[in-house]
Design a protein around this ligand. Structure first.
Ligand code: SF4
Length: 586
């Protein structure tokens, strides 16, 4: 029996003319499964070459895959767009309820085009789309208030998703993010700024479609197998128990924890800001993306007293992961957990990428320390390691775009360092601020070579630990492994499953069986080939938009600061890049 799924329906929304239409794109879904595979093709179709990412012509594409809503941990949505932060491929993944809501609304993908003349939010309810005036929601100081208003106004409580921007998106800060429900984000590469350029405050999606499988007996058996691993296996338990913050101590002990703008790789106060300590003192609860039994989202209970009334408290739940603990913690030399939670809360309020924000502030601190900028540029603020108050003020000034310096900070560390100097310690890869792993050459090559310059694409840091700390491995061999891993991850992000579950879903034979239950035929070999093809299609977009391997550079700081594998050699990185160009561009 071949089940006719709704996965191939694509909803097109034009926010300029306030119209929508639905097209069946079986051609794309048959060939590229869904998620990343399909979104890349829609981006190639919809995004005119060479456009300004903040122009109305930049499309926003959301895509899910056939396993979403059917198997545990298939809980993610892929967003694609041309990035206003890097000028090339913009890709970001988020969970929350986004993926299930899109799938149950009856779509495999949603394409948003044009720009509105006034602030709007869009409400998708199954086959209907409503355009709502969001003028009164625009200009609020926090991303949380408009979300609450949308929640009260719109139907679908419990199964809808609310994706929205905050002040950073409205001001088109190039690393503004989009928040899914609360605590999950399309964090990297500036999707929030693209929303802002379209005057799109948010999108709410709900629907009640049901999904079918071809063989319910087999489905129950495979579902149980995956579910059991999601809740019982050691590898998934770690995400539930301490979550990714477990990495603070692990990397600190290894000497790979970027600290104070990567001047150090271990932090004297690591224990205080570790996942273990935060769990003990602040953990309030764990939550999960829809249809995920692992529940890795850790929320800390932040209690702050009001300024003039010491016995009156405001209590907030703050989501924390390893990455913000690194970027807003160790990179800024913040010595206590509560202060990091305060900074995470600020960034959440403005809805900006926590990783970029922290790395940019770290660069600005070193610039100030080295007297390359003064209080003239910082508008009176004196940034210094562990000065939380200064960082809170600077984040507010970035949002206000208070002067030229803060306007530059609103465009990222590469842009700011081109104007003010300090390129040698501006820590970014392909213009995307660095992630929290200075473990060796594979981690940095991983960021440089991945299609979206993110640690999530190929986990180079794990190659440093599993291979390079043990023996010498040639740069060519490392590049081969990174590219191979990225191919596998293209399949995972086409299904779309959470990368934390890669140990469960990495087996292509299993994926082939799961897809067969949805009436989709792919052999394990087909899947491997397709992963490589999707990877090349992404590079097709990147190269079209001006990406070049020759422009990939590491800041001097990366070579100067010892990693667990030793000092990283320039020759090693350069040889790897020459080889990567040859195999990726061929
Ligand atoms: S493991 Fe965490 S991020 Fe992944 S789907 Fe589950 S709750 Fe979401």
């Amino acid at each position: 029996m071949v089940y006719q799924d709704t996965i191939s329906r694509v909803l097109y929304i034009d926010v300029k003319d306030k119209k929508f239409w639905i097209t069946d794109r079986k051609d794309l879904f048959d060939k590229y499964i869904g998620g990343t595979g399909v979104a890349t093709q829609l981006l190639l179709e919809e995004c005119p070459m060479g456009i300004d990412p903040l122009s109305p012509d930049n499309p926003i594409i959301f895509a899910v895959g056939p396993l979403v809503g059917v198997f545990p941990l298939a809980s993610k949505t892929v967003a694609m767009f041309k990035s206003p932060h890097t000028g090339d491929l913009g890709e970001s993944h988020a969970g929350g309820r986004s993926a299930i809501a899109i799938r149950l609304a009856g779509y495999g993908a949603i394409v948003i085009k044009g720009a509105s003349d006034f602030p709007v939010y869009v409400s998708v309810q199954g086959n209907q789309v409503f355009f709502k005036d969001a003028t009164t929601l625009w200009g609020m100081n926090s991303s949380l208030t408009p979300a609450r208003i949308m929640r009260e106004r719109e139907k679908g409580a419990g199964y809808r998703t609310i994706l929205r921007i905050g002040p950073a998106g409205e001001k088109m800060i190039s690393y503004a993010c989009v928040v899914s429900e609360t605590y999950r984000h399309f964090g990297r590469l500036g999707l929030g700024a693209v929303f802002g350029s379209k005057k799109l405050k948010g999108i709410i999606i709900s629907g009640k479609q049901s999904l079918k499988v071809t063989d319910s007996k087999k489905y129950k058996q495979l579902y149980k197998q995956i579910y059991d691993q999601a809740v019982n296996s050691e590898v998934m338990r770690k995400y539930h128990d301490l979550g990714t913050p477990i990495n603070v101590m692990a990397l600190n002990n290894l000497g790979g924890l970027p600290t104070k703008n990567l001047q150090q790789t271990s932090f004297e106060q690591a224990k205080e800001i570790s996942g273990e300590n935060i769990a003990e003192k602040y953990l309030g609860k764990r939550i999960a993306c829809a249809h995920c039994p692992t529940a890795c989202v850790h929320l800390a209970n932040l209690r702050e007293s009001y300024k003039d009334s010491p016995y009156f408290y405001k209590t907030t739940y703050v989501g924390y992961d390893y990455e913000p603990l690194f970027s807003l913690g160790t990179m800024l030399g913040i010595e206590n957990a509560k202060d990091i939670l305060i900074l995470i809360e600020e960034v959440e309020k403005y809805a900006m990428d926590a990783m970029s924000a922290g790395v940019i502030l770290a660069w600005a601190t070193e610039m100030f320390e080295k007297k390359l900028i003064s209080t003239v540029e910082t508008a009176g603020v004196e940034p210094a390691w562990n000065n939380t108050k200064a960082y809170v003020d600077m984040l507010a000034k970035i949002i206000k775009q208070e002067n030229d310096f803060y306007k530059a900070l609103g465009r990222g560390v590469v842009y700011a360092s081109e104007i003010y100097g300090g390129k040698e310690f501006a820590l970014a890869h392909g213009k995307n601020e660095m992630s929290g792993y200075h473990t060796g050459p594979a981690s940095h090559l991983g960021y440089l070579l991945s299609a979206r310059h993110s640690h999530l694409c190929n986990a180079g840091y794990s190659l440093d630990q599993s291979l390079l700390m043990e023996k010498e491995v040639s740069p060519e061999e490392i590049v081969d492994k990174l590219v191979e891993e990225e191919g596998v991850r293209q399949i995972l992000s086409s299904l779309v499953v959470c990368f934390f579950s890669r140990a469960i879903y990495k087996d292509m034979n299993l994926i082939s069986e799961l897809l067969a239950l949805m009436g989709i035929k792919y052999s394990a070999e087909d899947l491997k080939r397709l992963g490589r093809e999707i990877h090349s299609e992404k590079f097709k977009f990147k190269l079209r938009e001006g990406f070049s391997f020759e422009n990939l550079k590491l800041a001097d700081r990366v070579y100067e600061t010892k990693a667990p594998t030793g000092y990283i050699s320039r020759d090693y990185i350069e040889r790897a890049l020459i080889y990567a160009k040859k195999i990726i561009e061929k």
